[in-house]
Design a protein around this ligand. Structure first.
Ligand code: PMP
Length: 475
């Protein structure tokens, strides 16, 4: 109560901001600048698609937090599920065969809904706490699997440039963004990167067929160079999120999956953003016809009301992992919070809500409207290199030259400035790293008028930043 009073009392806004500036160590932040200037926003409430800061300003959250608050803020159904579970059974571990009811029910529900090929149905769920730790677990599963199969050299993991898979020592390495490696001695050995299916920079002007052929050729060459017998798995987001909202060309996944199957390389689908409806389908794998061996889920599983992630393992992989007991004894991996009952109860309530309110269809319909409006607002813009998206995820990438694409000097901070100007206009978006891209990934419950407001703020903000740059003679 004291804490609430402290954060909520009149005149406390400046105090809270100052506490944060002095004592909080922020992720993905210019630390010295934060220590000097403090947070640009201190949020204290959320409801529906809106966030409110400590001074009472309201914003549309066009990013659903970090692509995760899919059912929107403040849903009683989820708050009640969390409170009830905390009162009934606040914690139970899952080590040494111990189980509790909610995670068991959730596992069954995830296996029932998970995308799977007839030849390799999904079989088991291993719970974690974040997308990063789940992707770390996936790497350990691939290594363990190949050790059990007696091929200890088959350990390398292929990821894609601009892919985002998290920040733990393995998952940060798999993430194909230089800013996550610099200063941390990453990537560790065993990690390879192949070309991003990013048409603007890797396949400008190419047909889907030609671009797919180029990407497949890059992958084949990498595999030939390293040796297929040294490569255990490839990890992919169906639609890449944080690396730029990148939708691969038609035919890409069919071709890539052929290559992987030929070389006996497992496919890990990182569904952390796409999973549970973001693309207008329950999973990105459904939307893009991907048949993975392992699936990573997080974010939308609980709409971020409670931390929870999962590794969904297919039957053939599971059958091998089970045999590991003969070599290694009990499976030596797991977290204190694996199969947390409050997390599982939250996920079940969240999945109920998504189903009862037809939110997957709604995400698809609102996504179509978002893309229409983004095209209206930005198609003719001289400094827009590409408008991208799929379902309720979209992005606009700004470039200094459009015909033969040329990026802005990163020092100009074009996208971060546009995002700052959008905040002044009441809309929270995100500038993605490594390019001048602004992203849109709102809660599924967003309405058309709110989408209009988001797109209008984006265009208006872009115009004002471009004018400033032009009058400063920036290019
Ligand atoms: N994979 C993907 C596709 C993600 O978008 C993210 C988070 N943005 C992660 C993994 C890592 O998840 P977390 O931040 O929960 O560790």
């Amino acid at each position: 109560e004291n804490n609430a009073k402290m954060a909520g009392s009149a005149g406390a806004a400046a105090d809270v901001s100052d506490l944060d500036r002095r004592y909080s160590f922020h992720p993905f932040t210019m630390l010295a600048e934060h220590e000097r200037s403090g947070p640009p926003l201190v949020i204290s409430r959320g409801s529906g698609v809106h966030l409110e800061d400590v001074t009472g300003r309201r914003f549309i959250d066009a990013m659903a937090g970090l692509w995760c608050v899919n059912v929107g803020y403040g849903r009683d159904e989820l708050a009640n599920a969390m409170r009830d579970q905390a009162a009934t059974l606040s914690y139970c571990h899952a080590f040494s065969s111990m189980a509790s009811d909610m995670p068991a029910v959730l596992s069954a529900r995830l296996i029932e809904m998970a995308p799977s090929a007839a030849s390799s149905p999904m079989s088991k769920v291993f719970f974690g706490n974040s997308g990063s730790d789940a992707n770390d677990t996936q790497v350990k599963l691939v290594w363990y699997y190949n050790n059990v199969l007696g091929r200890p050299q088959k350990k390398k993991i292929i990821a894609r440039s601009r892919g985002y898979h998290g920040v733990t020592v393995m998952s940060a390495g798999m993430t194909g963004l230089p800013g996550l490696h610099a200063g941390f001695d990453l990537p560790l050995p065993h990690i390879l990167h192949t070309t991003a299916p990013h048409r603007l920079w890797e396949g400008h002007g190419m047909s889907d067929e030609a671009f797919t052929a180029k990407l497949v050729d890059d992958l084949e060459q990498l595999i030939a160079r390293e040796g297929a017998d040294t490569i255990g798995a490839m990890i992919m987001e169906p639609v890449m999120g944080a690396g730029g909202v990148i939708v691969p060309p038609r035919g890409y996944y069919a071709a890539i999956q052929d290559v992987l199957a030929r070389h006996d390389i497992l496919l890990i689908a990182d569904e952390v953003i796409c999973g549970f409806g973001r693309l207008g389908h329950m999973f990105g794998c459904d939307a893009l016809d991907i048949r993975p061996d392992l699936i990573t889920v997080a974010k939308g599983l609980t709409s971020a009301y409670y931390p929870l992630s999962g590794c969904i393992v297919s039957e053939p992989v599971w059958e091998t992992i089970v045999k590991g007991g003969e070599h290694y004894g009990a499976f030596g991996h797991g977290y204190t919070y694996t199969a947390h009952p409050i997390a599982a109860a939250t996920a079940l309530a969240n999945l109920d809500l998504i189903a009862s309110e037809n939110m997957v269809e709604r995400a698809g319909a609102m996504g179509a409207y978002l893309h229409e409006r983004l095209a209206d607002a930005f198609d003719d813009h001289p400094l827009v290199g590409e408008i991208r998206g799929f379902g309720l995820i979209g992005a606009v990438e700004f470039v200094a030259r459009r015909d033969t694409p040329r990026a802005f000097d990163p020092a100009l901070k074009v996208a971060p400035r546009i995002v700052a100007a959008m905040i002044e206009r009441g809309v929270i978006s995100r500038a993605l790293p490594n390019a001048d891209t602004i992203a849109f990934s709102p809660p599924f419950i967003i309405g058309k008028r709110e989408i209009d407001a988001v797109v209008h703020a984006a265009r208006d903000a872009a115009d004002s930043v471009m004018q400033d740059l032009e009058s400063a003679g920036a290019w």
